[in-house]
Design a protein around this ligand. Structure first.
Ligand code: ATP
Ligand code: MG
Length: 457
C-alpha cells in the first residue's frame, strides 16, 4: 500500500524551484501549501499551486512582473509566470471570528506552523518547504491521507464556529477524494447545522459546484442529509425524501435523483446534465396523486420541476446560461419516443429541444433510466431514436424560421402587411415544412401564403 505517512520530501516542479529562487534572492521563504501538497502526497495530479511565504503582497509585486492583487485584504496576490497563475498568500494567523464567516482581522506571521493552524482540515494543513520539498506536517495530515480521513485541525466545534462553510467543505472533500469524515466533525455539524446559514451564497455555490463535479456527488449529499444541512441548503431536494413511486420505480424520489446524478457524474457528463439529473423530479412531491389502483401519478411534474429548478439555481446564483440550459433539460426530460412517431413529430421534437441540446437530453435520459432500478440502461436505449433523428434531418433541415425558403420581406412583397397576421402565416409555413420538408420552396410557400391569407380575411 502507498504509505503517505512515510514521505519526508516531495518532488518539486522546476517552475516552482525557479520561483523559490526569486524569493530566496530577496531573503524570503516560500512554501507549497493546500491542495497541491495534499494531492501530491495522495499520488494524484494536482490542479493548481498555492504558495505561502513571509513576503508581503507589495514585496511580491516588486519581486515579479505582472502580479495581480487578487485578494489583497487577505494578503493574497497572483503571480503570472510562464503561462501559469500561482496564488501567493502571506503567512498569517486569523483573528477572532464574530460572524462565523470572516475573521475580524488578519495578522501576518513569519511562522509556517502558525499559518497551518488556521487551516480547516489536517489533510489541507501540510506544507512543503521550497525549493527542496521537505514536508512540514504538525497535525498528522499524512496519516489522515493514508487513513482517508477528513479531520479538523483542533476542535471541530470551534473550527466550525469560526466558519460555517467548513461543514460543506468537509463533505465536498469526502465526495472528491472518496474519504470518510471524522466522527467528532460529523457530530459537531449535526449539533449545529444552522451555522451554514450566515455563509454567503457565492461560497456555498462554489462548494456545491465542486460536489456536483466530483465522481460521487451522493456521498456529500447524503452526509448533508444525515447532518441536517440538506434541509437548510437545498430544502427542495429534502422534500423528495420518502416520496414513494412504486409501480415505475424501485426507490423514493430522493434516492432515485441521487442515483441519476451519480450516474451522470460517473459517465463524465457535463455539469448541466448532472444538475438536471439531480433536479429533474423536484416537482414530484407537489404533483403526487394516489390513484384508485394504489399507484402514484405525477402528472406534469416536469413543468413544476423546471420552475423549482429555476428558483433554486437563481438562489444559488448560477449564471443565466447555466440556469436556462438546466431548466430546459428538466422541462423536456419526459419525452416518450416510439417508432410510430411520424417524420413531422421527430422534426418538431428536434426543434423544441434544439439540435445542440440533443446529446445532453439523451445523457439525462440514460441517467434517469439508471436511477429507476439502479441497473445499467441498455445501450440500445435511444439508439433507434438517434438513427431516426439523423435520417429525418438528412431529408430536410428546416427547423426554424430562418431555415424557411421565404422570409418576412418576401411575404410583404406578396402583399401581406407587416404585423400579427404576417407572424402567424410564417409560423404556419414552418409547421407545414416541419411536417413535409418538400414544401420548403419559395413557390410552394408563397402559394400557401396566398391561401392562408385568404382564409384569415
Ligand atoms: P482544490 O483542489 O479544490 O483547490 P484546496 O485544498 O486547494 O482544494 P482551496 O479552496 O483552494 O482548496 O483552499 C486552499 C487551502 O486554503 C486549503 O487547502 C486550506 O488549507 C485553506 N482553506 C481554504 N478555505 C478554508 C476555510 N474555509 N477555512 C480554513 N482553511 C481554508
Ligand atoms: Mg486550491
Amino acid at each position: 500500500m502507498f504509505a503517505a505517512s512515510k514521505i519526508k520530501r516531495i518532488a518539486v516542479h522546476p517552475l516552482l524551484r525557479e520561483i523559490a529562487a526569486v524569493f530566496k534572492a530577496h531573503g524570503k521563504q516560500v512554501f507549497l501549501v493546500g491542495g497541491a501538497v495534499r494531492d501530491t502526497l495522495r499520488g494524484a495530479e494536482c490542479a493548481d499551486w498555492d504558495l505561502a511565504g513571509d513576503a508581503r503582497p507589495d514585496d511580491v509585486m516588486r519581486m515579479f512582473p505582472g502580479v495581480i492583487p487578487t485578494g489583497i485584504k487577505h494578503g493574497t496576490v497572483t503571480i503570472r509566470y510562464k503561462k501559469h497563475s500561482i496564488e501567493v498568500t502571506t503567512l498569517r494567523t486569523d483573528g477572532d471570528y464574530a460572524d462565523s464567516r470572516h475573521p475580524d482581522s488578519v495578522y501576518y506571521t513569519s511562522s509556517i506552523e502558525e499559518d497551518l493552524c488556521r487551516r480547516d482540515f489536517t489533510i489541507n494543513a501540510i506544507a512543503a518547504v521550497l525549493p527542496e520539498g521537505r514536508i512540514i506536517d504538525p497535525f498528522g495530515g499524512r496519516e489522515d491521507i493514508e487513513r482517508k480521513l477528513i479531520r479538523c485541525v483542533g476542535r471541530a466545534a470551534d473550527r466550525l464556529n469560526e466558519d460555517g462553510l467548513r461543514a460543506l467543505r468537509a463533505f465536498r472533500f469526502a465526495s472528491q477524494l472518496g474519504f470518510d469524515v471524522d466522527g467528532e466533525l460529523l457530530a459537531a455539524i449535526k449539533e449545529r447545522p444552522a451555522m451554514i446559514s450566515p455563509v454567503s451564497m457565492e461560497r456555498v455555490k462554489a462548494e456545491f459546484d465542486k460536489i456536483i463535479a466530483s465522481q460521487k456527488p451522493s456521498s456529500a449529499l447524503l452526509h448533508m442529509e444525515r447532518c441536517g444541512l440538506l434541509p437548510i441548503v437545498l430544502p427542495e431536494l429534502m422534500r423528495c425524501r420518502g416520496v414513494e413511486q412504486k409501480g415505475y420505480h424501485r426507490f423514493d424520489v430522493l434516492t432515485h435523483s441521487l442515483l441519476a446524478c451519480d450516474y451522470a457524474a460517473r459517465s463524465a457528463y457535463k455539469q448541466t446534465v448532472r444538475l438536471a439529473a439531480l433536479f429533474h423530479d423536484l416537482g414530484k412531491p407537489v404533483s403526487a396523486k394516489l390513484g384508485d389502483n394504489g399507484v402514484w401519478t405525477f402528472h406534469n411534474h416536469e413543468i413544476l420541476s423546471a420552475d423549482i429548478t429555476r428558483d433554486l439555481m437563481t438562489r444559488l446564483r448560477y449564471s443565466n446560461a447555466d440556469i436556462d440550459e438546466t431548466v430546459h433539460l428538466v422541462r423536456l426530460h419526459m419525452f416518450n419516443y416510439t417508432d410510430s412517431w411520424g417524420a413531422g413529430a421527430v422534426r418538431r421534437f428536434v426543434r423544441r429541444v434544439g439540435e445542440e441540446n440533443l446529446q445532453a437530453l439523451f445523457d439525462l435520459r440514460r441517467s434517469d433510466s439508471f436511477g429507476m432500478f439502479g441497473v445499467e440502461p441498455s445501450p440500445l436505449l435511444l439508439l433507434n431514436f438517434r438513427h431516426r433523428i439523423d435520417s429525418v434531418l438528412a431529408a430536410g433541415r428546416a427547423l426554424s424560421l430562418k431555415d424557411l425558403a421565404v422570409n418576412g420581406r418576401d411575404l410583404i412583397e406578396a402583399g401581406i402587411p407587416p404585423g400579427k397576421k404576417l407572424g402567424l402565416i410564417l409560423h404556419n409555413l414552418l409547421e407545414a415544412v416541419l411536417e413535409d420538408p418538400e414544401m420548403n420552396s419559395k413557390e410552394k410557400l408563397l402559394e400557401m401564403t396566398a391561401r392562408l391569407s385568404e382564409r384569415m380575411e
